[in-house]
Write a protein that binds this ligand. Structure first.
Ligand code: ATP
Ligand code: MG
Length: 193
């Protein structure tokens, strides 16, 4: 990715708050907010529909090509959000990756309130429990670019303050969310739906 603009990624499983935070952050930084799922859907960059997961299948190659065009289109900071960011955005040129985390037992309530099927809730809650997005982000971008943010019970504006202080180099990044050591996790892993 040959660019000079600042590229910031926000990832995390569905329902952790990516869109909320990306939108506030792009306002704060006077940047451009790109929601990868919305981009793919709006521009027809999909290959079909996954009825098991109840979601469209994003055409990774065409979405990557389109994103590269967007990167070249300006100089303002680019705030890119998507749980599959690592499949689209190449590591060169990415300055920071924020992995949003939310206590799985709270995430479960959020996803159930959206009317997701029990299977879809379970898949996403388990992905959060097992740090799937964190592992993928570290694999794709390296530990030094990745920050984990536990947003549970934290006001969006406070999260923006944390992110901007990391971006200014006033605060170091942390990795260390561990849901499995919480007693609530046992119940979620114990089966049922
Ligand atoms: N820090 C927060 N504290 C409390 N509620 C929040 C916070 N951030 C987001 N929310 C709320 O949680 C819900 C999910 O947030 P949001 O839609 O931003 O998640 P998302 O990660 O973009 O989900 P998806 O991947 O499905 O698009 C929304 O109702 C939002 O208002
Ligand atoms: Mg969203």
């Amino acid at each position: 990715m040959s660019n000079t603009r600042k590229v910031i990624l926000l990832t995390g499983v569905p329902g952790v708050g990516k869109t909320t935070i990306a939108s506030l952050l792009s306002e704060r930084l006077r940047g451009v907010h790109v929601n990868l799922s919305e981009l793919a859907l709006a521009e027809g960059l999909v290959t079909g529909y996954d009825s098991m997961r109840e979601t469209s299948i994003v055409d990774l190659e065409r979405t990557t090509t389109r994103l590269m065009e967007i990167v070249q289109e300006g100089q303002d900071p680019l705030i890119i959000e998507g749980h599959f960011s690592q499949d689209i955005v190449p590591p060169e040129g990415v300055s920071n990756v924020f992995v949003l985390r939310r206590a799985p037992w709270r995430l479960k309530d959020e996803l159930e309130s959206r009317g997701y099927s029990p299977e879809k809730v379970k898949e996403n809650v388990e992905a959060e429990l097992l740090d799937v997005c964190l592992v993928e982000a570290v694999e794709a971008y390296g530990k030094e670019k990745v920050c984990e943010l536990d947003t549970t019970g934290i006001e969006p504006n406070e999260i923006i303050e944390t992110i901007t202080s990391v971006l200014r180099g006033e605060r170091s990044c942390e990795i260390g969310v561990d849901w499995l050591s919480h007693p609530e996790s046992r119940e979620l892993l114990g089966g049922g739906g």
